[in-house]
Design a protein around this ligand. Structure first.
Ligand SMILES: [Zn+2]
Length: 65
């Protein structure tokens, strides 16, 4: 499943869901990064977020050790 990386705007075959983007009218949309951008930015994959954090982008430095 190819997605466009939010950071570099390139299609990636290994998209990583990192956040939910909420729009006023139509609910949430998943934000994807390619593996390289995710690693460079230190963004936590969405499926590793603590429960109940609303899907905003989280960085690894924010996570408890
Ligand atoms: Zn990228």
């Amino acid at each position: 499943m190819t997605k466009i990386c939010r950071e570099c705007d390139e299609p990636t075959d290994e998209p990583i869901a990192v956040a939910l983007e909420h729009t006023a009218s139509c609910g949430g949309r998943v934000v994807y990064l390619c593996p390289l951008c995710r690693s460079v930015l230190g963004v936590v994959p969405l499926d590793q977020h603590p429960a109940g954090t609303g899907g905003r982008v989280r960085y690894e430095e924010e996570m408890p050790a």
